[in-house]
Design a protein around this ligand. Structure first.
Ligand code: 3PG
Length: 210
């Protein structure tokens, strides 16, 4: 499972973090992101239609690797798995989620910030974590300071990241990819401007890694 997660996350510099308000947007949005070069996408369970959106993308956009985000409970985990999510992301980690993940074949990306949180997940066998909320928790300076003491742990920082500062994160040795919603702005979704989303994805996909 770790290998599969590493393969997904190392396949592109940016994982789009999506909040889908209109179910009709799910498939065209996923297609635009894939055309722009971002195949792996995270649909967050922050809207009522999120599980349906995951299901539709899984069924209708086979080129995409659809994941589920904002997973807070075992119920969320089970729903995401049943909808066809190929990876599952949480802003944190609870015993209940770690138990669900250990019973599941779907790779899990739990969130952590502090050294103790990271060490607890390391003890559970995790090598790749979401670092959330990235900018608010100390950003690149904080992450850089974890690289030596917590060698071997890699992170997908998320929150407050955009085309402007993504490269700074990607230059760090312990960053596998970054996550962000900037490639799918509300305004472009509202107007169905899929060409604009595709272009934002293309720029994100071309970001260099350190
Ligand atoms: C997440 O859930 O990973 C973040 O809320 C996305 O953060 P952003 O909107 O600042 O990119």
């Amino acid at each position: 499972k770790t290998e599969r997660l590493v393969e997904i996350l190392s396949g592109q510099p940016v994982i789009p973090v999506l909040k889908i308000d209109r179910i009709a947007d799910a498939v065209p949005l996923a297609r635009a992101l894939v055309r722009g070069g971002l195949k792996a996408i995270e649909i967050t369970l922050r809207t009522p239609d999120a599980l349906d959106a995951i299901r539709q993308v899984a069924d209708e956009v086979p080129e995409a690797i659809v994941g589920a985000g904002t997973i807070l409970s075992q119920k969320d985990f089970a729903g995401a798995e049943a909808a066809g999510a190929r990876f599952i992301v949480s802003p944190g980690a609870t015993r209940a989620l770690l138990d669900a993940a250990s019973r599941s074949g779907v790779p899990f990306l739990p969130g952590a910030v502090t050294p103790s949180e990271i060490m607890a997940l390391r003890d559970e066998g995790y090598e790749v974590l979401k670092f959330f909320p990235a900018e608010q928790s100390g950003g690149t300076a904080f992450l850089r300071s974890l690289a030596s003491p917590l060698a071997g742990m890699r992170f997908c920082p998320t929150s407050g990241i955009s085309q402007k500062n993504a490269a700074d994160y990607l230059a760090l040795p312990n960053v596998i990819c970054v996550g962000g919603s900037w490639v799918a702005p509300d305004a472009e979704l509202a107007s169905g401007n899929w060409a604009a989303v595709e272009e934002l994805a293309r720029q994100a996909a071309s970001l260099a890694r350190g």
